[in-house]
Design a protein around this ligand. Structure first.
Ligand code: MF3
Ligand code: CO
Length: 254
């Protein structure tokens, strides 16, 4: 596991990558309104990333054709921005990856487009709270199961569908590295976090079933029952004090 501990220099590059990602996410979030297309969001993200001398990390990843993933309503993750137009009441999941000087960061947020329903608002709140609860457990020496259990508790207590077939992950030179970090687990179980590790926590939940399926476009992962979904993700640095959020975009209230 020591391979996954980043040096001070590597951490600094990931910090810079994280600042670029946060800027791209902020710009995308600011323009994400009813009538805006996925292509427009994708273009803004790509230009912010390239203007900072970085590259979109998802573009070309396993053949992925875009800079962002745009996963709307029952779309949970890996939605294609092309051909989509946002409308009032949508839950728009924006997922972004940035590679800077060979180092990756990855982050997602689910945005309320215009006025959303009370149920959708509660779902978003639960997703945020699940991520916040997980982050609060992250610290050198803590077992990953403790972090995972904190995420799970919020999702289970809210009565939401906890998607088990997709997980958070380590990150660095590769977008997905050891360890895999499911959104469920047991306190004090699993590998221990070490200062200098960089990980992505990404709760994925639905208002209904815990089952997902791949849509006809062969990319978008949707809830199996068509229920609304939410996904939020940050890249974190593990320290002896806790977690440093490397992808610290601003919260936008819909
Ligand atoms: N953020 C996604 C994840 O952690 C990565 C998107 S991969 C792509 O799994 F293929 F959709 F680009
Ligand atoms: Co991720």
């Amino acid at each position: 596991m020591s391979d996954y501990i980043k040096t001070t220099e590597q951490i600094e590059l990931m910090r810079q990558a994280g600042k670029i990602l946060a800027e791209a996410m902020d710009q995308v979030s600011l323009i994400a309104k009813p009538g805006v297309t996925g292509d427009e969001l994708d273009r803004i993200a790509e230009s912010v990333i390239r203007d900072h001398g970085a590259e979109p990390a998802f573009l070309g990843y396993q053949g992925y054709p875009s800079t962002i993933c745009l996963s709307v309503n029952d779309g949970l993750v890996h939605g294609l921005p092309v051909g989509q137009t946002l409308k009032e009441g949508d839950l728009a999941g924006i997922d972004l990856g940035v590679r800077f000087k060979g180092w990756n960061v990855d982050s997602a947020n689910t945005l309320a487009i215009g006025k959303i329903s009370v149920d959708d608002h509660d779902l978003l709140k639960a997703a945020r709270q699940a991520l916040v609860s997980g982050i609060a457990q992250v610290k050198d020496g803590v077992s990953l199961g403790t972090v995972q259990a904190a995420i799970q508790k919020v999702i289970d207590d809210g009565g939401y569908g906890l998607v088990r077939s997709l997980s958070g992950h380590g990150i660095g030179k590769q977008l997905h590295e050891y360890p895999s970090i499911p959104n469920f687990g047991q306190i004090n179980q699993g590998p221990k976090l070490k200062a200098g590790m960089t990980i992505c926590l990404e709760p994925m939940l639905t208002a209904g079933t815990d089952k997902v399926k791949t849509a006809a476009d062969d990319w978008t992962i949707v809830s199996a029952d068509g229920s609304q979904t939410a996904h939020i993700e940050h890249t974190l640095l593990v320290t002896s004090q806790g977690a440093e959020i490397l992808t610290n975009w601003q919260e936008h209230e819909g």
